[in-house]
Design a protein around this ligand. Structure first.
Ligand code: COA
Length: 379
């Protein structure tokens, strides 16, 4: 046990102060988020999800020809085969959609001819399929649980358009909602060494296959301290019910040392740039949907948390009311996050495979020592 002391003082719970790898995918500087050198504000205002995915995977923005070819490649891979849909229908639907999605993506590997090829070209082909199909999968889940046939995507339309189209059961989506969804997909596409990107990299670092790395990431994103927070925000607003109760709710939560969902961040201490963009979208969309009180309640919680604790909203706080205003079922918010973040996960996997060393930290021993085994009937 002498070795234990080597790690004395090196414990960093939650790895807050640890730099685990070099990365060129995305980076947080102060309260600014950058993808491959471009700010998230710039990309959210001007780009598309397809273009941002190309950027994350290729370290440069595509020219017009490259963008058209890449978009076509992605859009052609959105559809699910009838055989695969048959298998999906066998997965129980009385589960959380993130659990269902985790199973569906794991199953996808068995239909992928490149499943066991870990080369760079095969990983790119698999990433196209995974990214193209993630949105289709979550919409298929929603259809299957309602006893309906999944709506087939249209390859001549964008991924954001298809998301709203399939979620709406095949009705023509509103142009404004398609634009909002596209912006949300951009905003969630990557976020440096967050929990699920790290999970991707940890699994990839054993040189396991890409599908396994993505299944790890979905499992990590599912938790309420990560991607699962957006769903919890709506549940919290519904529980609070009225403006009058919002401030007291926050004070009670803080007194009980409970987390207020969608607030706080490990890295941003002066605000999350994505939350600022989403706040404006939430204001407008809740008004249009006749539920502006939900936005007002959110801003009151936001202000109270800042005044009481100095904490500010993260991406999940206002995205919740954005999705809710567009009629999206609450339990699909986190799967939509996954349908965007898959692009970042793949970028992190590429980077990990290209410059790999297996992740293997140590634990500081805090258990018993020097015990001697005795037979069961003597304990
Ligand atoms: N509600 C209430 N208190 C919070 C809080 C929240 N949402 N977030 C942080 N705090 C408090 C902690 O209780 C702690 O207080 P203390 O120092 O008085 O004990 C302090 O702020 C530091 O929080 P900690 O949990 O150690 O920060 P972290 O860096 O480990 O965790 C989050 C970051 C994001 C996981 C955390 O802020 C959180 O749980 N937020 C709610 C879940 C969420 O929105 N997740 C989505 C993240 S994008």
């Amino acid at each position: 046990m002498a070795e234990v002391n080597i790690y004395e003082g090196a414990l960093d719970k939650g790895l807050e102060g640890v730099v685990a790898c070099t990365t060129k995918v995305s980076f947080i500087v102060g309260d600014s988020l950058n993808f491959r050198g471009y700010t998230i504000d710039d990309l959210a205002a001007n780009s598309t999800f397809e273009e941002v995915t190309y950027l994350l995977w290729n370290d440069k923005l595509p020219n017009a020809q490259e963008l058209a070819a890449f978009s076509t490649q992605l859009r052609n891979e959105m559809a699910l085969s009838p055989d695969f849909i048959k298998v999906l229908k066998a997965i129980p639907t009385n589960v959380h959609p993130m659990g269902w999605l985790r199973t569906a993506v794991s199953l996808m590997a068995h239909w992928d001819s490149d499943a066991n090829d870990n080369g760079a070209e095969a990983n790119l082909r698999k990433s196209v399929r995974l990214t193209a199909k993630m949105g289709t999968l979550l919409c298929a889940f929603d259809a299957i649980r309602k006893g309906k046939e999944p709506v087939a995507p249209k390859a001549d339309k964008s991924m954001a358009w298809n998301m709203m189209y399939m979620l709406g059961g095949g009705a023509e989506p509103k142009a404004e909602h398609v634009k909002v969804m596209d912006t949300c997909l951009i905003l969630h596409a990557d976020h440096e060494l967050n929990c699920s990107a790290f999970a991707t990299r940890v699994t990839a670092s054993s040189l396991s296959d890409l599908h396994s790395a993505i299944v790890s990431a979905i499992g990590a994103l599912k938790g309420p301290l990560h991607g699962g927070a957006n769903e919890q925000v709506i549940l919290m607003l519904q529980k609070i019910g009225t403006m009058e109760k919002a401030q007291q709710f926050v004070k009670d939560a803080l007194a009980a040392k409970e987390k207020v969902m969608g607030i706080g961040h490990r890295v941003y201490k002066n605000g999350d740039p994505r939350a600022r963009i989403l706040r404006g979208m939430s204001d407008k969309l809740t008004k249009d949907a006749g539920i502006h009180h939900m936005y007002e309640m959110s801003t009151l919680i936001d202000d109270t948390m800042f005044n009481e604790k100095g904490l500010m909203p993260n991406v999940d706080f206002y995205s919740a009311t954005v999705y809710f205003s567009m009629g999206i079922p609450t339990d699909l918010f986190t799967p939509i996050f996954a349908a965007s973040r898959i692009s970042g996960w793949c970028a992190h996997a590429f980077e990990q495979y290209a410059n790999n060393r297996i992740y293997r930290p140590r634990g500081k021993w805090a258990g018993k020592e020097g015990l001697k085994w005795t037979p069961a009937n003597q304990r």
